[in-house]
Design a protein around this ligand. Sequence first.
Ligand code: C2E
Ligand code: CA
Ligand code: CA
Ligand code: CA
Length: 278
Amino acid sequence: RATRSGEEVRGYVPSMGQIFMRRFQLVTQLRQALENGEVSVHYQPKVSLPSRHVRGVEALVRWEHPEFGKLHPDEFVPAIEAAGLIGALTSFVLDEALARVRRWLDEGLRISVAVNLSVRTLLDAEFPEQVAAALERFAVPPELLTLELTESGVMSNPQRALPVLRELHALGVVLAVDDFGTGYSSLAYLRQLPVDEVKIDKSFVLGMGTDLGDLAVVRSIVELGHSLGLTVVAEGVEEDVARDQLESMGCDVAQGYLISRPLSERRLEAWLHARTTR
Ligand code: C2E
Ligand code: CA
Ligand code: CA
Ligand code: CA
């Protein structure tokens, strides 16, 4: 399936040579950047349907690079992953996200946070222990942490990924399958995974207003997801019409620019405040 995801439009397109050099530089600069505060976590709210109550946020990493400007994860996560450094980035995001949830708990708010995992992390037998330690360190109940993984991540090596997933699930964290519908596996395969949530890939949600095929895919993921007892989340909700359609199909959660773009921590606080005092 060709990528039709309507990512934010970026300023200019670098050449292959520039991309290669950049990747190399980014990999060598990561640790320093984490220490310097160049890397930060933005949060995108998710709301329940039909109530529209804030249900949680997804942590999305950003790199404010002194030379290259604001970088989105698609521009550096693959290189970091290929260089075997994803562990450092994941721990950083996990700690930031759990610290955020801890501060909300201290203010009397129960808002969950979702962290994206890369393929490598799913194959790391030490990862569940690391998550358990982080939850304990921030005294965050496990159900307030969601871990998002992709089908292709699990499929790359099911023998190694499955025990990791089972251990994570046993901790009580919520496991979500991200970008659902774009991979190779079927909903039948989902039954064999210890997951709680399925996120419909945004390409289908963005397309469902104009493409009957996309609409059919969304509808069947909602129905079959529910028949398997899963929470169904739609990402890429940009229009009122899409939200209304999802609501009428019984989709549980919506995320997308219609609700909010990913926000810096400070802007998220303002957004939440405006929402709860209205
Ligand atoms: P994803 O997990 O599928 O995240 C959703 C992406 O869609 C985000 O892009 C988000 O900004 C964008 N988006 C949200 N709402 C809408 C909408 O209504 N319309 C459209 N067109 N796009 C929307 P972002 O932040 O650039 O992240 C890209 C990918 O990078 C993520 O895709 C995720 O796979 C990965 N990623 C992000 N943070 C991390 C991280 O901390 N660790 C790892 N390993 N990967 C990360
Ligand atoms: Ca995600
Ligand atoms: Ca996704
Ligand atoms: Ca994606």
